[in-house]
Ligand binder design. Structure first.
Ligand code: GAF
Length: 411
């Protein structure tokens, strides 16, 4: 059909207005985000409408997690104890009739797209969305295309599960949009398969379970052998301090010699082979003398996992009793084990833990997450956390010249 010159002109004007509006929205939000990394929900709705010309049909969000204790145990059939953090990933979504997927990532200020069924790795942050649709399609779930805008204030590479929060949010948003019959545990498994698959990081299941099942004010005890889960309320005398060292890490990283996540996993598998067990979970603290006869580094890697499982059990009891002194001692012991036996800490992270020891109101501190950078979680007396965290952050900055980020408690 031919359009008249007049209607062509008004169409051109309309397109110019849409382009101008998008540019304006991008600029306004880029400035907001560069200031504090977070976007109010109302603004995310405006971004969605600005980009896609309609309102979103649903909204889903998942918090990041801090692991209190139980590190590098998940892929060894072991025990963990995460809890949600305030920072979260929020996603707005609207289905389309065709197979096109269009995604606007607020923090990247970027709109990327692909066709369902043509997922391929290498498209930066879009890989997380592609990885999820690939797994859902493999499982036979019927999807159509969709439009998405998402925003996350879980800092990347901070050891606080920014990837899992995005993956879990994506699975849950698609579950809601296409009425997929999935439990929260199944959501976590799909998110892990997505991360192991197209994203290419061979991570365990801790982060996805924590992001999918975590409840505010509760720690989530998970036994990765029996798949038992149990909520453990955080005692009212406790406040968590989370300080991001600003050293970022990548779980997919393969290029730091032997100091990476993938190598640690392989070392555990080799230790099992040498010990003739199917998993390090088969061993208890009384087996440590036998484990000590392994060559380096296998003896110390296995020692960390075995001793860490025992610490998680003790931590659950201490948490239930509101016993911050015992819990704090377990935090310091866990950190020493990650530093000396598992070799996943960094001097800057050790400095934060040492500063915590000298700070009034702090009972314990440890590196949280996969390591090689990231955050330190500390136990503080209720009401003392902010001041203590600020003191530690200031001393860290003075000694290293690196500007850390105090993520919790909030002002
Ligand atoms: C990362 C991984 F993704 C988890 O699976 C877990 O192994 C953790 O490191 C270490 O406890 O967060």
């Amino acid at each position: 059909m031919n359009s008249s010159p007049k209607s062509q002109k008004s169409k051109g004007l309309e397109q110019a207005c849409v382009q101008y509006k998008k540019k304006w929205i991008s600029e306004v939000y880029r400035q907001k985000i560069s200031r504090n990394d977070k976007l109010p929900l109302m603004d995310l709705h405006a971004v969605f409408t600005g980009h896609f010309g309609k309102s979103a049909s649903l909204e889903v969000s998942s918090a990041g997690r801090v692991n209190l204790i139980g590190e590098h145990t998940d892929y060894n059939d072991g025990l963990v104890l995460p809890t949600p953090i305030r920072q979260r990933c929020t996603m707005l979504l609207s289905p389309r009739a065709d197979q096109m997927v269009r995604v606007f990532g607020v923090q990247k200020n970027q709109l990327l797209e692909y066709q369902l069924g043509q997922e391929r790795a290498g498209l930066d942050w879009l890989d997380y969305i592609q990885a999820v649709t690939e797994v859902l399609r493999q499982d036979g779930h019927a999807l159509t295309g969709f439009e998405v805008a998402f925003s996350s204030d879980v800092p990347q590479g901070s050891g606080l599960s920014s990837s899992a929060a995005l993956l879990v949010t994506t699975v849950k948003a698609l579950r809601a949009a296409f009425t997929l019959p999935l439990t929260d545990t199944e959501v976590a498994h799909i998110a892990q398969r997505a991360e192991n698959g197209l994203v290419g990081a061979r991570v365990g299941l801790l982060d996805q379970m924590a992001c999918s099942l975590g409840q505010d004010g509760q720690a989530l005890f998970i036994d990765f052998r029996s798949f038992e889960t149990r909520s453990v309320p955080l005692p009212s005398n406790l406040e968590l301090v989370i300080l991001h060292s600003s050293l970022t890490h990548s779980l997919a990283a393969n290029d730091q010699g032997s100091r990476n996540y993938k190598t640690r996993r392989a070392e555990c598998e080799q230790a099992c082979e040498m010990l003739g067990v199917s998993s390090l979970r088969d061993l208890l603290p009384q087996d440590l003398p036998r484990v000590a006869s392994l060559p380096a580094p296998y003896a110390s890697r296995a020692k960390h996992v075995i001793s860490e499982n025992a610490r998680v059990l003790k931590a659950v009891t201490a948490l239930e009793q509101g016993d911050l002194a015992t819990l704090g001692a377990l935090f310091y012991a866990s950190h020493a084990s990650m530093r000396d036996d598992y070799d996943v800490s960094e001097p800057e992270i050790d400095l934060i833990v040492d500063l915590a020891r000298e700070t009034t109101g702090i009972h314990g501190a440890r590196l949280t997450g996969g390591g090689f950078g990231g955050s330190v979680v500390m136990l503080a007396d209720k009401g003392a956390g902010r001041k203590a965290g600020e003191q530690i952050a200031a001393a860290y900055q003075e000694r290293t010249g690196i500007v850390p980020r105090l993520l919790s408690p909030q002002e």
